[in-house]
Design a protein around this ligand. Structure first.
Ligand code: MTE
Ligand code: MO
Length: 372
């Protein structure tokens, strides 16, 4: 059993798949803290978790022509300037279960919890690439990452990002060795993972083994044959993966974490809580909440956490306390967020349905009963 050596996990996690391990925190725990505690941070593994020895671990950086290749130990990585940033990581499949309700899709049934936030610390990818002789170039180029996790045929997890993002100090791409002040937990990439702020989770390669600069995107299955969006009209007979770009920056997203669907709330006043986030460093500027399915709206209160312009990498938690209209037996609670590009979420799922169930960011809807 290649999974026999996987780590022990927190019992509160809702498991979507045991082998490989995929699990999300329950909604009420997800927004209890701005920073998600490591043990309940969502986990998305495609393969068994490798057991890597930090003493012999080496990160291989393929050098530029005329530059030099690097074989970095953990100590070497610690010798680069250390940066710490708060970044929200979201899987492209977050909220896929809502797409399944429209029509069957292929993928894990994530609810609203395939998203979490941590303080990540490590070396900047641009500093490490510079030491290997890499520079920004005029022609198109990509930084390819390979994980040290692999399937029985020896194929490793891989992904890539454009070199322009990797070399941009403002993009703050990290080779992270710490998560919330601790060495990375095994499930989250020990000893080193990539953190690409504002970009889909799939590019944050864990158990990082090799970094190279190539004229084309990574040839990994997960770069080329997955994590792409398509029209609702495309099915598995007609899909042409080469026709669509790989997902990088994610669209604006929000969800209600309290109350939960089917719950009974007290009459009088209801407290609604949730999260909102957008990709590409775009800040969330507003969250609108409706108690009547979207007929009338109220503006939620956003938490006070700092949002840097163009570098708003982390989510905002929000809440709304609202009187329950007298005589209501049920409420159809809805939320939708707006980012600083004034991008909004689509109101329903059907027009954004796609065969792989990615990019599921329609208004989030929760139906609750009011106690008599
Ligand atoms: N890196 C490796 N090496 N193997 C993987 O399976 N999964 C990716 C990414 N990096 C993956 C990986 C996907 S799809 C996501 S959403 C994130 O890791 C999840 O990171 P987390 O498990 O720390 O939440
Ligand atoms: Mo993912």
């Amino acid at each position: 059993d290649p999974y026999a050596d996987d780590p022990i996990r927190h019992p509160a996690l809702k498991v979507n798949s045991q082998r490989p391990f995929n699990a999300e925190p329950p909604p009420e725990l997800l927004t209890e803290n701005y920073i998600t505690p490591n043990p309940i941070f969502f986990t998305r593994n495609h393969l068994p978790v490798p057991n890597l020895d930090p003493d012999t671990y080496r990160l291989h950086i393929v050098g530029a022509p005329g530059g030099q290749s690097l074989s970095l130990s953990l100590d070497d990585l610690h010798n680069f300037p250390k940066y710490e940033i708060t970044v929200t990581l979201q899987c492209a499949g977050n909220r896929r279960s809502e797409m399944t309700q429209v029509k069957e899709v292929k993928g894990l049934e994530w609810r609203t919890g395939a998203i979490s936030t941590a303080r990540w610390a490590g070396a900047r990818l641009c500093d490490v690439l510079a030491q290997a002789g890499h520079q920004l170039c005029e022609t198109e180029a990509h930084v390819c990452f390979e994980g040290l996790d692999s399937d029985p045929t020896g194929t490793a997890y891989g992904a890539s990002i454009p070199l322009s993002r990797a070399m941009d100090p403002e993009a703050e791409v990290l080779l992270a060795y710490e998560m919330n002040g601790q060495p990375l937990p095994r499930d989250h990439g020990f000893p080193v993972r990539v953190v690409v702020p504002g970009v889909v989770g799939a590019r944050h390669v864990k158990w990082l083994g090799r970094v190279s600069v190539q004229p084309e995107e990574s040839y990994s299955h997960w770069q080329r044959r997955d994590y792409k969006g398509f029209s609702p009209s495309v099915d598995w007979d007609t899909v042409d993966f080469d026709s669509a770009p790989s997902i990088q920056e994610l669209p604006v997203q929000s969800a209600i974490t309290e109350p939960q669907d089917g719950e009974t709330v007290e009459s009088g006043e209801v407290t609604i809580k949730g999260y909102a986030w957008s990709g590409g460093g775009r800040a969330v500027i507003r969250v609108d909440v409706s108690l009547d399915g979207g007929l009338t709206w109220q503006v939620a209160k956003l938490d006070e956490e700092e949002q840097r312009p163009r570098k708003a990498w982390a989510w905002r938690l929000w809440q709304l306390q609202a009187p329950v209209p007298a005589g209501q037996k049920e409420l159809n609670i809805v939320c939708k967020a707006v980012d600083d590009g004034y991008n909004v979420q689509p109101d329903t799922v059907a027009p954004i349905w796609n065969l792989r169930g990615v990019l599921s960011n329609a208004w989030h809807r929760v139906h609750v009963f009011v106690a008599p």
